[in-house]
Write a new protein. Structure first.
Length: 260
């Protein structure tokens, strides 16, 4: 590691360092999202054509250096055989703010949920007594925590995007320590996976072949349970899930009109 310059960012005036790292010094934190091979290949071509113009953002932690912005640039440079990489070294306090970055390719709902789950587990391991509600600045939206548990612990194919609109109206940050809130997240995730089972059964019953129509089944189920223009749902999480499940089971082809 060679320190090239020190400076302050122009907004918060926090001290930063421009550093030339040996590429093997920079690691991926355990809660990074999965690599997109297509994005990495695109970046490789761009770097070969234009050079490496945008430094990665690196955080020191426990004697190691972790990339919190620029993972795909880092891996593209590795594939290109680079021995060094330019990075901006920031304070350790930014280590868990990784969801604020992802500037190369904004993650979809499923990717964000998986990354949120990994971040949640890292925080749980670090301090199980932290109150989940105090971590809202890390996670932004509790639905991604619940979806992450559903995908990582119950069903890797759980279609989180189909449920985002509904679950965002009934999920909330929990005023419980992570040791307890993780168990509640697990229960909520299991309830959503069971709702998805009912949606899959209705999909099979209707004899459809376009899997995207499962999202339409979810939408129609919520509308049947709460009305077409529902903006808020006052019922608690499990009551709402059961109500939508019952509505789903009662759907008929007539409910979909020409949507088929």
């Amino acid at each position: 590691m060679i320190e090239l310059a020190t400076f302050e960012d122009p907004v918060k005036k926090q001290p930063l360092k421009l550093v030339l790292f040996d590429i093997d010094e920079v690691q991926r934190p355990p809660f990074q999202r999965d690599i997109s091979e297509s994005l990495k290949k695109h970046l490789e071509m761009a770097i070969e054509k234009l050079g490496f113009l945008t430094p990665v953002v690196v955080v020191p932690k426990d004697g190691k250096y972790y990339v919190i912005d620029g993972m795909h640039r880092l891996e593209a440079m590795r594939d290109l055989g680079a021995k060094e990489i330019l990075g901006i070294l920031v304070d350790e306090s930014l280590y868990h703010y990784i969801l604020e970055f992802n500037t190369e390719k904004p993650p979809n709902v499923k990717e964000k949920s998986k990354q949120t789950y990994r971040l949640y587990q890292d925080l749980l391991k670090h301090d199980p007594n932290i109150i989940e509600g105090d971590l809202f600045t890390y996670f932004k939206d509790p639905v991604f925590i619940t979806f992450g548990f559903a995908i990582e612990e119950f069903d890797p194919r759980f279609p989180a995007s189909f449920y985002e609109s509904f679950v965002s109206k009934i999920d909330n940050f929990l005023e419980l320590p992570l040791s307890e809130s993780s168990e509640e997240r697990r229960r909520r995730a299991e309830a959503l996976v069971d709702l998805n089972r009912v949606v899959n059964e209705k999909y099979a019953e209707l004899g459809w072949e376009n899997a995207l129509m499962k999202g339409e089944i979810v939408r129609k189920s919520v509308q049947k349970a709460y009305g077409i223009r529902v903006r808020t749902i006052e019922e608690e999480f499990y009551t709402a899930v059961e109500r939508v499940k019952d509505a789903c089971q009662s759907l008929t082809p007539a409910d979909f009109g020409e949507a088929r």
